[in-house]
Design a protein around this ligand. Structure first.
Ligand code: HEM
Length: 410
């Protein structure tokens, strides 16, 4: 591996609207600049390549989440201070083991029928007129699922705003707008998740049981449940919408999915790889180290570009930018993290994708965009606020409607 005699650096502002709208040319430039690139405007090291981000995630002792997942001290020591995401070592393991096993592949497989019948009901409802808004469909699917999982008796309480993820970003207008929103959301969740009101057999109920067994304190139980509630909704909605948008624009891949509905998970993985809902996260370097030959001092911060790793040609080859349901090892992307902080909701997110995409493939012969796809611009998450889709229902779905005849409801 080459050693860099001078530290690679770059003056780009990752959070300008132009970059957020299409970050991929910037990511390509960063990958060719170095394995770690000092971002002069933000005072952190961008890590854009797959191999380096993977190595960082596998070494939480050298690259810690404690005090460094967000780009501002205000967020790290404020709204994120009691989050499991910002802990490491034994403390992190103690918190993580309380609820993560309730989301194991085995635990989630028991919810397959519930999720499948929800998906079929929602797809039938939303596609009835020959047109649907993917964001509304995905949001309803995910809010109902997360609401009952976490223990919110009113599923609409789990409607979050992707904008609140802006608190992970630098101190800019989006960050300043998100801080009070995130605080209000947290307060609303805490009220909705009080011991007296949570649903039995939910994550919140399990966290309170752990309190009764002296495994958690009451504030830890609340913070932990809020972590799951906030982490589970927008991420999954953004990923599902991205997948539907890709399929609606790509008849070849849509036909592939209809012919082989078992490709539903690959369809989701490919969308996550190409447009990771969480584009970046931070880590603090605890001891001076070399990352890909670049020396980084203890105390400095890294910004891991999950969104860039999915496009890294060294990992994904010359067709890295292509959406491909038959790509080998499509699930090896880093959009769901890796290592000790790897997303514990992987199986649930995949099961929702599997059920929703299979229901769509069953009911719809063709999908096509029915208007402009509108992207939201956020500091750290990527996704659409509107993806209108026209459908031609398959003959066995009844009420067949052709995409060209479909009207967008006013
Ligand atoms: C497509 C959907 C999802 C995506 C893209 C996603 C992405 C991620 C990523 C990248 C991380 C690691 C962050 C880091 O490295 O610091 C993470 C952590 C986490 N996710 Fe997810 N996630 C999704 C769905 C879910 C769901 C459905 C749940 C819960 C049911 C969930 C709960 C969590 C929690 C609690 C953490 C923190 C884990 C820890 O710090 O140990 N996520 N997620």
């Amino acid at each position: 591996m080459p050693t860099h005699t001078s530290a690679p650096s770059c003056s780009v502002s990752l959070f300008d609207e132009r970059v957020l709208a299409d970050p991929y040319p910037t990511y390509t430039a960063l990958r060719s600049t170095g394995p770690a690139v000092h971002l002069e405007q933000h005072g952190v090291w961008a890590v854009p390549g797959y191999a380096e981000v993977h190595a960082v995630l596998k070494d939480p002792v050298t690259f810690s989440s404690d005090g460094g997942v967000a780009l501002t001290e205000q967020a790290n020591s404020g709204i994120l201070a009691d989050s499991m995401m910002a802990r490491d070592g034994e403390e992190h393991a103690r918190l993580r083991q309380v609820l993560a096993r309730r989301l194991s592949p085995r635990a989630v497989s028991k919810r397959r029928e519930e999720l499948s019948s929800r998906a079929h009901r929602l797809v039938a409802d939303h596609t009835r007129t020959g047109f649907f808004e993917s964001v509304a469909l995905a949001r309803q699917m995910v809010c109902e699922t997360s609401g009952s999982l976490v223990g919110l008796t009113e599923p609409e309480n789990s409607v979050l705003l992707a904008g609140t993820f802006d608190v992970f970003g630098p101190d800019n207008d989006r960050f300043r707008q998100a801080l009070p929103e995130a605080a209000a959301m947290r307060a609303a969740l805490e009220r909705a998740l009080s011991r007296e009101t949570v649903a039995p057999d939910s994550l919140a109920a399990a966290a309170y049981t752990a309190v009764d067994r002296d495994k958690l304190t009451e504030p830890e139980a609340v913070a932990l449940t809020c972590d799951y509630a906030t982490a589970s909704v927008d991420t999954t909605v953004l990923g599902l919408v991205e997948t539907i948008a890709r399929l609606a624009q790509d008849p070849v891949q849509w036909t592939r999915l209809r012919k082989d509905p078992d490709r539903a998970e690959a369809a989701f993985h490919e969308a996550l790889r190409l447009d990771a809902p969480i584009q970046g996260r931070g880590r603090i370097v605890t001891r001076t180290t070399a990352l890909g030959g670049v020396r980084i001092e203890a105390g400095e911060q890294l910004w891991l570009l999950y969104g860039s790793t999915g496009r890294d040609e060294r990992k994904w080859g010359a067709r890295a930018d292509t959406y491909d349901l038959v790509r080998p090892f499509a699930d090896r992307h880093l959009a769901l993290g890796e290592g000790s902080h790897q997303c514990p909701g992987v199986s649930l997110a995949l099961m929702q994708a599997r059920c929703l995409l299979r229901a769509l493939a069953h009911r719809c012969a063709h999908l096509a965009p029915a208007g402009d796809l509108v992207r939201a611009l956020h500091n750290t998450v990527r996704g659409y606020t509107s993806v209108p889709v026209a459908v031609e229902l398959s003959p066995h779905a009844g009420n067949a409607t052709s995409p060209s005849a479909a009207r967008r409801p006013r």
